[in-house]
Design a protein around this ligand. Structure first.
Ligand code: SAM
Length: 248
């Protein structure tokens, strides 16, 4: 069981697989007023940076589930590096439908809401693991600027303008799902650069190390086209944030 290979290549050096920076991840942890011993479930936990740093900084305990064996392995190593391997557990697996045995204080899906068919399904899924009064975290893109045409939306790698909301509409949509939005931390363009531009050096180095790989032509094409596409579209039009929700 694995994610498409391109992500395991382009994001192999990422600690955070979305446009939030380490500083903003720390801001989010502080903003949530996490208490020592609080339990956090993270569906699509990537390389585990959120759980590991919050375990280190706030004493939380947690479980992360991710479909990439590579990212899961990185998460386990990061937990050892930060001295929190006894606080956090990382499971390689499909997070679709995953409900924890014990209810948690925080149930998160940061940048992987497709695992439950979108935001509504993910809120519903996370709520099944949540203790009464707990917090749901959703990481999701939104339109920072509404694309003027469908082609511009496609340039942002969306299927259509309708894939995402504007920020006010996204916040309103959480209300329609029966949630109060109680905090948010938004990425900025510098954060997008750390997520997207970091892939370019990783691709370049991978190409140098794997010239004969059957996938090399795809990676070469992506490295050639991505900087311009990203600067013209994603960087200009797409926002991204983590939203903390409490059920009404
Ligand atoms: C955009 S990344 C976000 C990772 C992490 N939350 C972070 O912010 O660094 C999406 C993650 O979802 C994982 N993923 C994709 N489909 C999945 C699934 N069905 N079950 C579990 N993880 C999945 C990917 O391997 C990837 O790590």
């Amino acid at each position: 069981m694995d994610i498409p290979r391109i992500f395991n290549i382009t994001e192999s050096a990422h600690r955070i697989h979305n446009p939030i920076t380490p500083e903003k991840l720390a801001t989010l942890g502080a903003a949530l007023r996490l208490e020592s011993g609080a339990s956090v479930l993270d569906l699509g936990s990537g390389s585990g940076e959120m759980l590991c740093t919050w375990a280190h900084d706030h004493g939380i305990v947690g479980t992360g589930i991710d479909m990439s064996p590579l990212f899961t392995e990185h998460a386990k190593l990061r937990a050892v590096e930060l001295g929190v391997a006894d606080q956090v557990e990382f499971i390689h697996g499909d997070a679709a439908g995953y409900v924890s045995d014990e209810k948690v204080s925080v149930a998160a899906c940061v940048g992987a809401t497709w695992i439950a068919g979108g935001i509504a399904g993910t809120v519903e899924l996370l709520a099944r693991s949540l203790r009464t009064g707990g917090t749901i975290l959703i990481g999701e893109p939104y339109w920072r600027r509404l694309p003027p045409t469908e082609d511009v939306a496609k340039g942002c790698l969306a299927n259509a303008i309708s894939d995402f909301h504007t920020l006010p509409d996204l916040l309103a949509s959480f209300g329609r799902l029966g949630c109060d939005v109680v905090e948010m931390v938004l990425a900025d363009q510098d954060g997008w650069d750390r997520y997207e531009a970091a892939k370019w050096l990783t691709m370049r180095r991978w190409l140098e190390a794997n010239p004969g790989d059957g996938f090399a032509a795809d990676v070469r094409a992506k490295l050639t086209s991505e900087p311009e596409r990203y600067a013209a579209y994603t960087r200009e039009y797409l926002g991204w944030g983590v939203f903390a929700l409490m059920l009404r």
